[in-house]
Design a binder for this molecule. Structure first.
Ligand code: COA
Length: 216
């Protein structure tokens, strides 16, 4: 059955639609359940919401036109998020998003050896790096995609990324980048198969690697 809200119909009950404010709990859950290099991070976190409040929810808040969810027979099974102008989003996050999060959590300090549970997230919230590395300058936009296991391996990711690329190009973007955990080899193979290239000389490669693609 095709729903009125369907943007892309993937078959077998899976479809893409615009995300709404009501999807924020689902965005947090999906982010948590894919947050350990693509695998479930539930056991690692003592505050299950923080990872999604960093990586997923602000996109629906600040870039709602580029925030989508994948619904499936068992409920919401993934999200697709984009920021057409990373610099503009980062400026709004610094002014409007992180100050509110900082009031909610305490910085555990910078000694990672003493971090437990979600301390890495609490530290990041208080020390968010919202600068854009020069190597990413050729790609003004960025995105995130996370699918829960029932939605994986069905070609949904490929179609979602093509849709996001098209929407960003229509908005005038010259290209986008994606951040990937270095242990997430599946995602790295996935982006490579879609024509993304590893962007060298960005950040610390033991924490994150970056893939970029220019708009056609
Ligand atoms: C990574 C992810 C987005 C890929 O989406 P997907 O829908 O599972 O992937 P698809 O089924 O669309 O596969 C697309 C292509 O990627 C490649 N690919 C996907 N999985 C692969 C794997 N395990 N090994 C090699 N290539 C793979 C294939 O070439 C495939 O092409 P094909 O459809 O022509 O066969 C999805 O699996 C996911 O969300 N995983 C968990 C969270 C995550 O890691 N997110 C990315 C964070 S950066």
């Amino acid at each position: 059955m095709t729903h009125a809200r369907t943007i892309l119909d993937f078959g077998n009950g899976f479809f893409l639609r615009q995300a709404t404010q009501a999807d924020r709990p689902a965005l947090r859950k999906i982010c948590l359940e894919t947050g350990d290099a693509g695998e479930d991070a539930t056991a690692r976190e003592d505050d299950p919401d923080l990872i999604g409040d960093i990586y997923a929810v602000p996109y629906q808040v600040f870039e709602p036109d580029f925030a989508f969810v994948i619904d499936g027979p068992g409920g919401t099974a993934g999200y697709l998020l984009g920021a057409p102008d990373t610099a503009s989003l980062y400026a709004r996050l610094a002014e409007q998003w992180y100050p509110a999060l900082q009031r909610r959590v305490t910085d555990p300090g910078s000694d990672a050896a003493h971090w437990k549970g979600s301390d890495w997230a609490r530290h990041r919230i208080h020390n968010a790096d919202l600068t854009i590395p020069p190597a990413l300058a050729a790609f003004p936009s960025h995105g995130h995609i996370d699918l829960l296991p029932p939605a994986q391996g069905k070609g949904i990711g490929r179609r979602c990324m093509a849709y996001l690329e098209q929407r960003l190009a229509e908005a005038g973007s010259a290209g986008l980048w994606l951040e990937v955990h270095p242990r997430n080899l599946r995602a790295q193979r996935f982006y490579t198969s879609l024509g993304y290239e590893r962007v060298p000389d960005v950040g610390t490669p033991d924490q994150a690697v970056y893939f970029g693609k220019r708009s056609k």
